[in-house]
Design a protein around this ligand. Structure first.
Ligand SMILES: NC(=O)c1ccc[n+]([C@@H]2O[C@H](COP(=O)([O-])OP(=O)(O)OC[C@H]3O[C@@H](n4cnc5c(N)ncnc54)[C@H](OP(=O)(O)O)[C@@H]3O)[C@@H](O)[C@H]2O)c1
Length: 491
């Protein structure tokens, strides 16, 4: 049976609390709620002071984020954000680090919670990950339990929490260990001791992130009968498909990070298998899923917690082969004025192959260009850069909401998506406005000429060196040039 109520009418006058509102997903969620749910109540954002910035300063910075540009075309900053309030806190602290007066406001007012805050660093140690991802979730659930008029809790999980399975369904799988044991071990051990026992403690999980996110899901499950809740498990979240603008992104992870470096001419090789399915999910689809999941949990009488996978691989599988033919043309459709070399991206099937190739096309040019930059009195950066390196729910919605909160990936075309993403990476990650595109195209042509001239110089030098070493004449040793060309095409 489909819903007779609209998403927006369910949210009308409901007050929402968001954790992780300053992150990639949280920003997009806030924007969509402000743009598409006009009668929403107050939106409380849990923010922590960071990098010397107070919570109020962070809220002011957040309002300037590019995600709100579309919204701000029709409204003033004051109109847009009048109902958005910062709550100072930290999910790693007891009671979320929230003051007693703020907690009273939240307990008295909050109806819906989206819990998105997490540490996503796969290399993060047990102490921090358990504190933020597991105990942080427990703290947010405790707040939800206290709220007097609570309607729905949505927990943002990950499609990879059960990555020890070869197939994963929208169910809970048994935990590999007891969270209380893990918490106790983490409390009494040093980070070094935890690191030494990591293989044993991880219990078959790939990293502390997937393990603590799986344990966090179990915390949510304990609340199934206490209040309405849902879990959304996204795969790798990538830039926007449609909203607020196609290609919008604030994340440098995954393909957008690759495109960011490639458009500068810095990243020229990637170790990705062209035929493997990479599970990318656009951020606007994840946001719609979160909003609809809360609506569904809060408006159905069932006390059953629902888990929603938010992934593309079974409905719209993406392989790099589907965009490989176009990827370089996107880089030249949206060139950068700040490019350091002529962009050209090549995909290599193995990490070993990538490492060998990177020696020639990443590190060697980086050393040379950094040397030149240093000589010119600039700050060398290239070496540093190289080192860092769901349908049942849709059908349940009213026909208007199926459009407004689209969850259907059937019309997603990956090549077009990547074209938009290349533009989004230019504007939102490399911070180049479209007004300089003609100047950037001029520079792109100049870099192409330099790139071809350099190749000509390298092949000529190799040809000449070969002729000198073998004593053959230049004309007789000419065949060495196509041989070198073929050899170089492998790296
Ligand atoms: N990105 C993906 O590909 C992906 C895929 C699957 C699932 N997810 C899940 O989606 C959620 C959001 O991810 P994202 O991509 O938006 O990550 P993100 O950009 O790194 O944002 C993380 C958010 O969590 C907040 N946070 C971290 N530690 C905190 C603490 N101790 N106290 C308060 N806030 C804290 C951060 O606040 P600050 O601004 O103060 O750092 C930030 O707002 C996470 O639960 C993640 O597990 C993400």
């Amino acid at each position: 049976m489909s819903s007779t109520q609209s998403v927006a009418s369910w949210y009308a006058n409901k007050n929402v609390f968001i954790t992780g509102g300053s992150g990639f997903l949280g920003l997009c969620l806030l924007e969509k709620l402000l743009r598409c749910v006009p009668n929403i109540g107050d939106i409380y954002l849990l923010l922590r002071p960071k990098k010397g910035k107070s919570v109020d300063a962070r809220l002011e910075d957040l309002k300037k984020n590019s995600v709100f540009e579309t919204l701000l075309q029709s409204k003033s900053v004051e109109q847009c954000f009048s109902r958005v309030k910062a709550i100072a806190g930290d999910i790693a602290e007891d009671g979320l680090g929230i003051s007693a007066s703020d907690r009273q406001i939240l307990v008295g007012n909050v109806n819906v919670i989206f819990h998105s805050a997490a540490t996503l660093d796969f290399a993060e140690g047990f102490k921090q990950t358990v504190q933020i991802n597991l105990l942080g979730t427990r703290q947010v659930l405790a707040l939800a339990k206290e709220c007097r008029n609570f309607a729905a809790f949505v927990h943002v999980s990950s499609a990879y929490v059960n990555s020890f399975q070869t197939e994963s369904e929208e169910i809970f799988y048994p935990l590999k260990g007891d969270p209380e044991d893990i918490i106790a071990v983490v409390e009494k051990s040093s980070e070094k001791e935890l690191e030494e026992r990591s293989v044993e403690l991880l219990n078959g999980h790939a990293n502390t992130y997937t393990y603590t996110k799986q344990m966090a899901e179990k915390e949510v499950e304990k609340m199934e009968k206490v209040f309405p809740c849902a879990i959304v498990r996204p795969s790798m979240i990538v830039g926007a498909w449609k909203e607020p603008v196609p290609g919008w992104t604030a994340s440098k992870n995954g393909p957008q990070g690759f495109l960011m470096g490639a458009s500068k001419g810095i990243i020229r090789r990637l170790p990705v298998s062209k035929e493997l399915i990479y599970d990318y999910i656009p951020v606007d689809v994840v946001v719609n899923q979160l909003i609809v999941a809360a609506f569904r949990a809060g408006s159905t009488s069932s006390k059953k917690l629902e888990i929603f996978h938010c992934t593309s691989s079974t409905r719209k599988p993406f392989t790099w082969s589907s965009v490989y033919g176009q990827i370089n043309s996107y880089l030249h459709t949206y060139p950068l004025k700040s490019a350091v070399w002529y962009p050209h991206l090549k995909l290599l099937p193995s990490v070993t192959w990538f490492r060998i190739s990177a020696l020639f096309v990443h590190f060697l040019p980086a050393i040379i260009l950094d040397g030149l930059t240093k000589l010119a009195g600039g700050r060398p950066i290239l070496m540093r850069l190289h080192r860092r390196q769901h349908a049942k729910l849709q059908e349940w919605l009213t026909s208007e909401d199926q459009v407004m909160f689209n969850l259907d990936l059937s019309s997603l075309r990956w090549p077009e998506f990547f074209g938009d993403l290349a533009r989004g990476v230019r504007v939102y990650l490399n911070h180049e406005k479209m007004s300089n595109i003609e100047a950037a195209r001029g520079k792109d042509t100049m870099l192409m000429v330099l790139h071809l001239a350099l190749q000509l110089a390298i092949y000529s030098l190799l040809w000449y060196t070969f002729a000198c070493l073998t004593g053959l004449s230049m004309s007789k040793s000419m065949l060495v040039v196509p041989v070198f060309y073929v050899l170089f095409s492998f790296v």
